[in-house]
Design a protein around this ligand. Sequence first.
Ligand code: DGL
Length: 273
Amino acid sequence: MANKSAAIGVFDSGVGGLSVVQQIQAQLPHENILYLGDTARVPYGSKSTDSVLKYTRQCADKLVAADVKALVIACNTAASVGTEVLRASYPNIPIIGVIEPGASAAVSHTKNGHVAVIATESTIAAGSYVRAIHALNPDIEVRTSACSLFVSLAEEGWVDGSLVEAILARYLNPLFQDPEHHPDTLVLGCTHYPVLKAAIANVVGPRIQLVDSANTTAGQLKVALTELGLLQDEASVGRLQCWVTDGPERFIRVARLFLGHELDPNLVQLVDL
Ligand code: DGL
């Protein structure tokens, strides 16, 4: 039986999943978090389903072996192919992937029943957002686009300015050009896209509602822990510890952008999967 003081395990292909950690810290400040970033093998977004599934299992196995009380798949690409597989492997641990919370936020935000989803190539190819949205409401029209350059822009810290907006527009404009199908909601289906949110909003305009799953994922995690009586005592102060599979220096440097604050370098450790 899991214990309340155990950490929540969160994993991602690299540093981007810290955007989900930021929301977990905001909503669950008493929880300890053990974050695993598979920085040696990032990006997952252009890899085959078989490879992503293999990496996803390895990340989950590593965190489960550390006795985490819940698992959050912060990587959209990993969640897209691995959520059900991990739930079958670990039926006694709550497993929250980012796809369902993102889909449910989109369904509750759209007023005209037209939703657009942007994500990595692998996430779009897996069709997971379309399935998750249709599971909630089969009448919603979903249009998708793989925005391959966005991850690199975000990691470089290129998050604003006319050059960045011109690149974003190349990917985003086609989603909004059909007068018969004009989405009012855009799902940011990738860990890295929240840091580009302001630039994306400039490109698509103020009438499009931007939805990212970090916030709703943290909300679903809170509900799951509450239902299972696994919330950490309020007297404790949550601690974030990070494991990475490649040199920690770059991770520590880029982390601030996604986490909103500096990482304590002493809490970042190199591990093998
Ligand atoms: N974490 C990935 C995702 O959310 C983006 C980076 C990658 O391609 O690995 O899909």
